[in-house]
Ligand binder design. Structure first.
Ligand code: PGA
Length: 258
């Protein structure tokens, strides 16, 4: 298997740039203490926009292997789009990943699958890696239609994509009922959907693409459940909110393989 596991810390709207400095320094220290092997797990932090320059400065000056990215991006190149941030601004700061379609953005900013797909396209074209989020609400889960719901989100976002491009993206499955609630999907629940995603990628884009595309799980992932999640065949990492805000717990999760 060629998929390198990825632990991605989604800070959401937490930590100012001074706190960001502190967290990245702490994370680097814990990873060093744990002799972290970056070939066994890629480490990514996804701070608010206002922290990115600070994170870049620490990563560059200390030559850290930690990667960083953004939580959202505009589909426009530049111009009269008040409040928006372009892919060019992010690449200039050394960002290598951008999240799109997080359920919080779908809910509070009415982001559609089509917009999410356009953002992923924009990010890929700019040379960064899209982390395309999907996931069902509790009602959908209760109705038992979660697999088809999630696959329809992904298929709508990736309509007309080439297999080669799909192989480069990361998909994050985050059941909404498990985000920030302390309620994690069981490893079997997470595997069911992540496995179905890979199966759908194989059907739509071929087996080779399905084998290359990384699929993450997100939703109350923490140091206590990460090993079991990562033992599932189709889970290649985690998108981590709350537990990524503490250097020690995030570093511990990055060391799931030990
Ligand atoms: P959580 O958030 O780990 O705090 O549940 C995950 C996410 O929304 O990315």
């Amino acid at each position: 298997m060629t998929r390198t596991p990825l632990m991605a810390g989604n800070w959401k709207m937490n930590l100012d740039h001074l706190e960001a400095n502190h967290l990245v320094q702490g994370l680097a220290m814990h990873l060093r203490d744990n002799n972290h092997d970056y070939d066994k797990c890629e480490v990514l932090v996804i701070p608010p926009f206002t922290d990115i320059r600070t994170v870049q400065t620490i990563v560059d000056s200390e030559e850290l292997n930690i990667k960083y990215g953004a939580q959202d991006v505009s589909i426009h190149d530049n111009g009269a789009y008040t409040g928006e941030i372009s892919t060019a601004m992010l690449t200039k700061l050394g960002c290598t990943y951008v999240v799109m379609g997080h359920s919080e953005r779908r809910e509070y900013h009415s982001e559609s699958d089509q917009l999410v797909g356009a953002k992923a396209r924009k990010v890929l074209d700019a040379g960064m890696t899209p982390i395309l989020c999907c996931g069902e609400a509790l009602e959908v889960r209760k109705a038992g239609t979660h697999v088809e719901f999630v696959l329809s989100q992904i298929r709508a976002a990736l309509e007309n994509w080439s297999a080669e491009d799909v192989a480069k993206i990361v998909i994050a499955y985050e059941p909404i009922w498990a985000i920030g609630t302390g309620e994690t999907a069981t490893a079997a629940d997470a595997q069911e959907v992540c496995g179905a995603i890979r199966q759908a990628l194989a059907e739509d884009f071929g087996a080779q693409t399905a084998e290359s595309t990384r699929v993450l799980y997100g939703g109350s992932a923490n140091p206590g459940n990460v090993k079991e999640l990562m033992a599932q065949p189709d889970i290649d990492g985690a998108l981590i909110g709350g537990a990524s805000l503490k250097a020690e717990s995030f570093a511990a999760m990055c060391g799931f393989y030990a």
